[in-house]
Design a protein around this ligand. Structure first.
Ligand code: SF4
Length: 221
Protein backbone atom coordinates (compact mmCIF):
# COMPACT_ATOMS: atom_id res chain seq x y z
CA UNK A 1 0.00 0.00 0.00
CA UNK A 2 1.36 3.46 -0.88
CA UNK A 3 1.37 6.08 1.85
CA UNK A 4 -1.48 8.59 1.94
CA UNK A 5 0.95 11.36 0.97
CA UNK A 6 2.48 9.57 -1.99
CA UNK A 7 -0.97 8.73 -3.34
CA UNK A 8 -2.03 12.38 -2.99
CA UNK A 9 1.15 13.41 -4.80
CA UNK A 10 0.00 11.24 -7.69
CA UNK A 11 -3.15 13.35 -7.83
CA UNK A 12 -5.33 10.45 -6.64
CA UNK A 13 -8.20 11.08 -4.26
CA UNK A 14 -9.73 8.33 -2.13
CA UNK A 15 -13.38 7.63 -2.93
CA UNK A 16 -16.38 6.92 -0.75
CA UNK A 17 -15.78 3.16 -0.85
CA UNK A 18 -12.41 3.83 0.94
CA UNK A 19 -10.76 1.44 -1.52
CA UNK A 20 -10.58 3.10 -4.91
CA UNK A 21 -9.33 6.45 -6.19
CA UNK A 22 -10.20 9.16 -8.69
CA UNK A 23 -7.77 11.10 -10.85
CA UNK A 24 -8.31 14.18 -13.00
CA UNK A 25 -6.00 14.70 -15.97
CA UNK A 26 -5.16 18.27 -16.94
CA UNK A 27 -7.18 19.38 -19.98
CA UNK A 28 -6.57 23.12 -20.12
CA UNK A 29 -9.77 25.08 -20.51
CA UNK A 30 -11.74 21.86 -20.96
CA UNK A 31 -10.62 21.91 -24.62
CA UNK A 32 -10.42 18.23 -25.38
CA UNK A 33 -9.16 16.36 -28.46
CA UNK A 34 -10.44 13.14 -30.04
CA UNK A 35 -7.11 11.53 -29.07
CA UNK A 36 -7.61 12.35 -25.38
CA UNK A 37 -11.22 11.17 -25.44
CA UNK A 38 -10.21 7.89 -27.11
CA UNK A 39 -7.45 7.32 -24.56
CA UNK A 40 -9.82 7.97 -21.64
CA UNK A 41 -12.48 5.69 -23.14
CA UNK A 42 -9.97 2.88 -23.73
CA UNK A 43 -8.50 3.21 -20.23
CA UNK A 44 -11.91 3.29 -18.57
CA UNK A 45 -12.81 0.00 -20.27
CA UNK A 46 -9.45 -1.68 -19.74
CA UNK A 47 -9.30 -0.87 -16.01
CA UNK A 48 -13.07 -1.31 -15.49
CA UNK A 49 -13.55 2.13 -13.94
CA UNK A 50 -16.73 2.87 -12.01
CA UNK A 51 -17.35 6.17 -13.84
CA UNK A 52 -15.98 8.83 -16.15
CA UNK A 53 -17.39 12.00 -14.61
CA UNK A 54 -17.55 15.45 -16.22
CA UNK A 55 -16.80 17.84 -13.37
CA UNK A 56 -18.16 21.30 -12.60
CA UNK A 57 -14.75 22.75 -13.49
CA UNK A 58 -15.10 21.33 -17.03
CA UNK A 59 -12.71 18.47 -16.40
CA UNK A 60 -12.96 14.70 -16.78
CA UNK A 61 -12.53 12.63 -13.64
CA UNK A 62 -11.63 8.93 -13.91
CA UNK A 63 -13.34 7.33 -10.95
CA UNK A 64 -12.99 3.97 -9.21
CA UNK A 65 -9.30 3.24 -9.85
CA UNK A 66 -7.62 0.45 -7.87
CA UNK A 67 -4.48 1.63 -6.06
CA UNK A 68 -2.19 -0.61 -8.12
CA UNK A 69 -3.63 0.81 -11.35
CA UNK A 70 -2.89 4.49 -10.56
CA UNK A 71 0.67 4.47 -11.97
CA UNK A 72 -0.06 2.48 -15.14
CA UNK A 73 -3.09 4.65 -15.89
CA UNK A 74 -1.05 7.87 -15.59
CA UNK A 75 1.59 6.31 -17.81
CA UNK A 76 -0.93 5.33 -20.47
CA UNK A 77 -2.60 8.75 -20.32
CA UNK A 78 0.74 10.56 -20.68
CA UNK A 79 -0.86 13.59 -19.00
CA UNK A 80 -0.34 15.69 -15.88
CA UNK A 81 -2.75 15.78 -12.95
CA UNK A 82 -5.10 18.79 -12.89
CA UNK A 83 -6.15 18.22 -9.35
CA UNK A 84 -4.41 20.59 -6.99
CA UNK A 85 -5.73 19.96 -3.49
CA UNK A 86 -5.66 22.02 -0.32
CA UNK A 87 -5.24 25.75 0.03
CA UNK A 88 -4.35 26.84 -3.48
CA UNK A 89 -5.73 27.91 -6.83
CA UNK A 90 -7.83 24.89 -7.75
CA UNK A 91 -9.23 25.65 -11.17
CA UNK A 92 -9.85 28.19 -13.90
CA UNK A 93 -13.18 27.73 -15.66
CA UNK A 94 -13.53 29.41 -19.04
CA UNK A 95 -16.16 29.80 -21.73
CA UNK A 96 -15.61 29.61 -25.51
CA UNK A 97 -15.45 33.44 -25.79
CA UNK A 98 -14.52 34.98 -29.13
CA UNK A 99 -12.81 31.72 -30.18
CA UNK A 100 -16.10 29.93 -30.81
CA UNK A 101 -19.14 31.78 -29.43
CA UNK A 102 -21.11 34.25 -31.54
CA UNK A 103 -21.80 36.34 -28.41
CA UNK A 104 -18.14 36.59 -27.38
CA UNK A 105 -16.71 40.04 -26.73
CA UNK A 106 -13.28 39.04 -25.36
CA UNK A 107 -10.95 36.08 -25.83
CA UNK A 108 -11.85 34.03 -22.76
CA UNK A 109 -9.99 30.94 -24.01
CA UNK A 110 -6.56 32.60 -24.29
CA UNK A 111 -7.03 34.59 -21.08
CA UNK A 112 -8.33 31.58 -19.13
CA UNK A 113 -5.49 29.32 -20.26
CA UNK A 114 -2.95 32.05 -19.42
CA UNK A 115 -4.43 32.34 -15.90
CA UNK A 116 -4.46 28.55 -15.53
CA UNK A 117 -0.80 28.28 -16.55
CA UNK A 118 0.19 31.19 -14.30
CA UNK A 119 -1.76 30.44 -11.14
CA UNK A 120 -3.15 26.88 -10.96
CA UNK A 121 -1.67 25.21 -7.87
CA UNK A 122 -0.38 28.49 -6.37
CA UNK A 123 -0.54 28.21 -2.56
CA UNK A 124 -2.82 30.73 -0.87
CA UNK A 125 -4.51 31.26 2.52
CA UNK A 126 -7.62 29.43 1.24
CA UNK A 127 -8.83 27.51 -1.75
CA UNK A 128 -9.40 29.72 -4.76
CA UNK A 129 -11.27 29.38 -8.06
CA UNK A 130 -11.29 31.55 -11.15
CA UNK A 131 -13.81 32.00 -13.96
CA UNK A 132 -13.34 33.74 -17.31
CA UNK A 133 -16.45 34.60 -19.35
CA UNK A 134 -16.26 36.14 -22.80
CA UNK A 135 -19.35 38.34 -22.39
CA UNK A 136 -21.79 39.53 -19.69
CA UNK A 137 -23.87 36.35 -20.06
CA UNK A 138 -21.22 34.95 -17.74
CA UNK A 139 -21.36 31.29 -18.75
CA UNK A 140 -18.15 30.56 -16.78
CA UNK A 141 -19.95 31.73 -13.61
CA UNK A 142 -17.41 34.49 -12.94
CA UNK A 143 -19.60 36.02 -10.21
CA UNK A 144 -19.37 32.91 -8.05
CA UNK A 145 -15.60 32.56 -8.33
CA UNK A 146 -12.99 34.01 -5.97
CA UNK A 147 -11.75 35.93 -8.99
CA UNK A 148 -13.65 36.43 -12.22
CA UNK A 149 -13.25 38.16 -15.56
CA UNK A 150 -16.18 39.14 -17.74
CA UNK A 151 -15.65 40.32 -21.31
CA UNK A 152 -17.40 43.50 -22.48
CA UNK A 153 -17.13 45.49 -25.72
CA UNK A 154 -14.68 47.83 -23.96
CA UNK A 155 -12.46 45.22 -22.30
CA UNK A 156 -12.46 43.04 -19.19
CA UNK A 157 -14.50 43.60 -16.04
CA UNK A 158 -12.69 42.21 -12.98
CA UNK A 159 -14.69 40.87 -10.03
CA UNK A 160 -13.52 39.34 -6.74
CA UNK A 161 -14.87 37.55 -3.69
CA UNK A 162 -17.43 35.19 -5.17
CA UNK A 163 -17.90 31.53 -4.33
CA UNK A 164 -20.61 28.91 -4.41
CA UNK A 165 -19.60 27.14 -1.22
CA UNK A 166 -21.64 26.51 1.94
CA UNK A 167 -21.70 30.25 2.62
CA UNK A 168 -22.25 31.49 -0.94
CA UNK A 169 -21.17 34.93 -2.03
CA UNK A 170 -21.45 37.02 -5.20
CA UNK A 171 -18.26 38.65 -6.47
CA UNK A 172 -17.93 42.44 -6.49
CA UNK A 173 -16.50 44.54 -9.29
CA UNK A 174 -13.10 46.12 -8.69
CA UNK A 175 -12.13 47.29 -12.19
CA UNK A 176 -13.50 47.50 -15.73
CA UNK A 177 -12.54 48.25 -19.32
CA UNK A 178 -9.19 46.51 -18.84
CA UNK A 179 -6.99 45.35 -21.72
CA UNK A 180 -5.55 41.82 -21.47
CA UNK A 181 -2.28 43.19 -20.07
CA UNK A 182 -4.06 45.49 -17.61
CA UNK A 183 -6.22 42.58 -16.41
CA UNK A 184 -3.16 40.36 -15.88
CA UNK A 185 -1.38 43.17 -14.00
CA UNK A 186 -4.39 43.78 -11.72
CA UNK A 187 -4.75 40.03 -11.07
CA UNK A 188 -1.06 39.80 -10.24
CA UNK A 189 -1.51 42.53 -7.61
CA UNK A 190 -4.50 40.70 -6.08
CA UNK A 191 -2.78 37.31 -6.03
CA UNK A 192 0.45 38.68 -4.56
CA UNK A 193 -1.45 40.56 -1.86
CA UNK A 194 -3.69 37.61 -0.98
CA UNK A 195 -0.78 35.14 -0.95
CA UNK A 196 0.77 37.21 1.84
CA UNK A 197 -2.48 37.69 3.79
CA UNK A 198 -1.75 36.50 7.34
CA UNK A 199 -5.04 34.64 8.07
CA UNK A 200 -6.35 31.45 6.47
CA UNK A 201 -9.53 33.13 5.32
CA UNK A 202 -11.38 32.74 2.03
CA UNK A 203 -11.23 35.90 -0.09
CA UNK A 204 -14.92 36.79 0.25
CA UNK A 205 -14.59 36.72 4.06
CA UNK A 206 -11.50 38.92 3.88
CA UNK A 207 -13.39 41.42 1.74
CA UNK A 208 -16.50 41.23 3.96
CA UNK A 209 -14.36 42.08 6.98
CA UNK A 210 -12.47 45.04 5.49
CA UNK A 211 -14.94 46.29 2.87
CA UNK A 212 -14.36 46.47 -0.86
CA UNK A 213 -12.92 50.01 -0.83
CA UNK A 214 -10.29 49.12 1.77
CA UNK A 215 -9.50 45.94 -0.18
CA UNK A 216 -8.92 47.94 -3.38
CA UNK A 217 -6.74 50.41 -1.53
CA UNK A 218 -4.62 47.70 0.11
CA UNK A 219 -4.17 45.80 -3.14
CA UNK A 220 -3.39 49.01 -5.04
CA UNK A 221 -6.21 48.87 -7.58
S1 SF4 B 1 -20.30 34.03 -21.61
FE1 SF4 B 1 -20.83 34.96 -23.56
S2 SF4 B 1 -19.11 34.43 -24.89
FE2 SF4 B 1 -19.04 33.03 -23.17
S3 SF4 B 1 -20.20 31.22 -23.86
FE3 SF4 B 1 -21.57 32.55 -22.70
S4 SF4 B 1 -22.59 33.75 -24.29
FE4 SF4 B 1 -20.72 32.90 -25.22
Amino acid sequence: MGSKKSILEKGALIQRDRETYAIVPDIKGGLCTPEILRKIADISEKYELAAVKLTSAARIALVGIKEEDIDPIWEELGMQSANPVGLCVRSVKLCPGTTFCTMGQQDAVSMGIKLDETYCGMELPSKFKMGVSGCPNCCAESYIKDLGLIGTKKGWRLVVGGNAASRPSLAQQVAEELTDDEAMAAIDKIMTWYKNFPKKQRLNRVIDDMGIDQFKEQVGL
